[in-house]
Design a protein around this ligand. Structure first.
Ligand code: ADP
Ligand code: ZN
Length: 439
């Protein structure tokens, strides 16, 4: 069943359709408050403002934000665990933390009001994605320190959905419950959604003809080709969902049924796009690094947080009627960008190429190593059905050829049989950089 053509359903109609000049006035008012609170209550921000020679009072227009210092991930680590909180710890009713694969995790906190805001934004986001009160939401995002599971949980309840707090893992059980409970919304990382549908197919369960209507997918980069794959195999409309723990968690931006970029909720966040090298603003509609300032967060106000995420934004009106700007697909983090023999490559670019090749399954891993002085890229993929060694050798040639002709890097391609590559239980691990591991 398609949501296209159905009248849009707004969770907060006045604010979602507020005209842009009123929206900007609201942003300015809230930005002044946020900068004031950050300066008064957080020594780190006070010192950073002082070093930059700016005071909160210096902000008289939204454009003045560019005079204020950025906040980066290491600022959170350096102030571990609670140093950036703007309220006494006793007022923080919830903590979350990032996975922190390297070094200390980054810790984020919420007051009771922050949790209210978050639930409201998730409810709004789910409605934007096409969700309605009465939907059954199967939440396969991880519960725990990760913001994904609990973040969506309370927002879906707020919208009036029946929430299945499944979390990750136990894939076969997930499939049975999706069928038995009649889930209409699936919430997952796109790579785990793929794992689910594949397992279902192996079990002989056709999810595409079942109750699911919408897939809300995010927390990792994914491509349009992957979207097509998930739409078809799950019989849903897949919706892109964006957020990050440092500024809140999920619920920062969500696509509407037009699927032409994610509406970023500007009454709660100020979005900028900068050139990551010069740190100067990038004109609207051009790619750069997304920088986000929170406008209403109490426990952890964030000033110009450098997300490292590469994207672009547009203020072009959307036919859904929502006036909030749209963030076009996030192609990857700066940090995920691979530099292979001087060529900048995002794993998502390689994903698009692989998924465009008939016979290749959407599972892949990129392995980077050093051969002598040269970077060496190995692309491991799977076929979508059992195939002969000859066929796989032919596919490997195609993979090599397409990557070379599209991105300009030579690689080695290894084509495996179905099921030979590891499956995602949450965020997929796409890259193994043996150069970093010292191998
Ligand atoms: P962790 O830091 O533990 O990985 P976060 O939830 O804070 O957990 O991760 C947020 C990051 O996930 C974002 O900064 C971005 O890089 C990525 N991300 C989230 N949603 C999307 C999306 N829709 N498309 C691409 N990347 C996304
Ligand atoms: Zn829209």
């Amino acid at each position: 069943m398609s949501a296209v053509g159905a009248a849009p359903f707004y969770f907060a109609p006045e604010i979602e359709r507020l005209d842009r000049s009123a929206l900007r006035r609201l942003q300015l008012e809230r930005l002044k408050e946020t900068l004031g609170r950050a300066y008064t209550c957080v020594p780190h921000h006070r010192q950073a403002f002082d070093r930059a020679g700016v005071r909160p009072e210096d902000l008289t227009s939204l454009e003045d934000i560019t005079r204020f210092p950025f906040t980066v991930k290491t600022d959170l680590r350096d102030n571990y665990p609670f140093g950036l909180f703007a309220v006494p710890r006793e007022q923080v009713v919830r903590l979350h933390a990032s996975s922190g694969t390297t070094g200390r995790p980054t810790v984020v906190g919420y007051t009771a009001d922050d949790l209210e805001t978050w639930a409201g934004l998730i409810a709004r986001s789910l409605a934007c994605a096409g969700g309605r009160p009465g939907d059954v939401m199967h939440n396969a995002l991880g519960y725990g320190l990760f913001t994904g599971g609990l973040g969506f949980h309370y927002g879906a309840e707020r919208l009036g959905c029946t929430v299945v707090p499944m979390s990750g893992g136990q894939t076969e059980k997930q499939i049975r419950l999706i069928c038995d409970f009649g889930a209409t919304i699936l919430n997952a990382t796109p790579s785990y959604a793929l794992n689910l549908v594949e397992t279902a197919e192996r079990m002989g369960v056709d999810l595409a003809s079942g109750s699911l209507r919408i897939g809300v997918f995010g927390a990792e980069p994914w491509s349009e080709t992957m979207r097509g794959e998930l739409d078809r195999r799950l019989g849903i409309r897949s919706i892109d969902s964006y957020g990050l723990s440092e500024v809140m968690g999920p619920g920062v931006a969500m696509e509407c049924s037009q699927r032409n970029g994610m509406h970023g909720w500007e009454d709660h966040f100020l979005f900028e796009v900068i050139n990551p090298e010069t740190l100067e603003p990038v004109p609207m509609g051009q790619p750069g690094e997304l920088v986000i300032t929170t406008l209403t967060k109490q426990a952890l106000p964030m000033v110009r947080y450098r997300t490292r995420d590469i994207s672009m934004i547009t203020e072009e009106p959307c036919s859904c009627g929502r006036t909030h700007l749209r963030i076009l697909r996030v192609t990857g983090r700066n940090d995920d960008m691979l530099i292979i023999r001087g060529v900048n490559v995002y794993p998502s670019q390689i994903e698009s190429i692989l998924l465009g090749l008939p016979g290749i399954a959407p599972h892949y891993q990129l392995i980077l190593s050093r051969q002598g002085w040269l970077d060496h890229l190995t692309v491991e993929v799977e076929t979508d059905s059992p195939s002969s060694e000859e066929d796989r050798a032919r596919l490997a040639n195609q993979v090599r050829h397409h990557i070379k002709s599209t991105i300009g890097v030579s690689c080695e391609a290894l084509v495996r049989l179905p099921g030979q590559l590891p499956r995602s239980e949450g965020k997929a691990v796409r890259v193994r950089d043996l150069r970093k591991e010292g191998a």
